[in-house]
Design a protein around this ligand. Sequence first.
Ligand code: GLN
Length: 384
Amino acid sequence: MPATARRLAIFQESVIREMTRLANQHGSINLAQGFPDFDPPAELIEALERSARGPFHQYAITWGAPRFRQALAAKIARFGGPQLDPDRNLVVTCGSTEAMMVAMMTACEPGDKVVVFSPFYENYAADAILSGAEPIYVALRPPHFDFDPEELRRAFAQKPKALVLCNPSNPCGKVFTREELLFLLDLAREHDAFVLTDEVYEHIVYAPHRHIPFATLPGAEERTLTCGSLSKTYSITGWRLGYVAASERIIAQAKKVHDFLTVGAAAPLQEAAVTALEFPDSYYDQLLADYTRKRDLLLGYLAQTGLDYTIPQGAYYTLVDISPLGFADDRTAAEEITRTIGVTGVPGSSFFREPVHRYLRLHFAKKDETLHRAGERLAAKLRR
Ligand code: GLN
């Protein structure tokens, strides 16, 4: 029998998505895979109904429907992002999952090294390996998830082709400061590396922290590929709308990768999503107010458990330190807590390169009532 590709043996299927299947199987509340259980804004659903009746049922232009790209460039500029030419600086992708794969394949040759912070969102290691590149890891050290500048310098001494930056960070909730970002940029410049950013939580940043789009740092544009998404901002993870933004030189190549990977993101959904991109600023204020409340709600219940947990500066995840509970490891804990308490999280070890088995990642992109139900169960039964 022919052997399947060797590179597939060095990474696993996503544990995040596996936990969703486990939650479904047990009828448990899914605080594992980060997606909302509430509907997107009603205007957006109406726009989808209109676009379904419009002439949008065939392929859009591969790198994105023109109206969508125009609205996207305008929205990015409106929130302090770079000024983008919709024809030259954007490729619309099937979610930021494809965007990161496109970014990786655009930047890297087989054999290249890619610096990834640990903990990290699972996809980055898999994307690097699928591109033929090798991830090398630099720790973000709990409890504040700072990096050691010397460790980062040592990683760059290995001549990586790119650094992956998830900001705001999944799973640890870190929002990088301007000083930290400038340090990363300096290193990338010095070693002539790309910076592949995942900024899908750009609008979910809690006061007093602020999101700084990496590409807006002076001199960053020529080496930055920004991956973004509509999934989290407009609660439409199933629409699979993401993008890569970069300079014309880079995008000319990224368009090719995207074209041969997927041809394009769904045309009627791009048309409908123009409505979202044109939402007034008040939409974003409300989104942040809602997530701030949801964060405080879930963390309030966690405080009753006596366990330690991270307070995210951005994104919608917390890492709960379950080590005092006496489970064999985090995987066992996730399964047992699913079975006995009816709340499912992701075993933290799936985000760490180092053997860290003390965390369960929970997310709070859920209706308040769902968070109350989950929180009551956790507060009642998850006692240290
Ligand atoms: N970003 C989400 C998470 O970390 C999941 C995204 C996905 O499964 N594609 O849970």
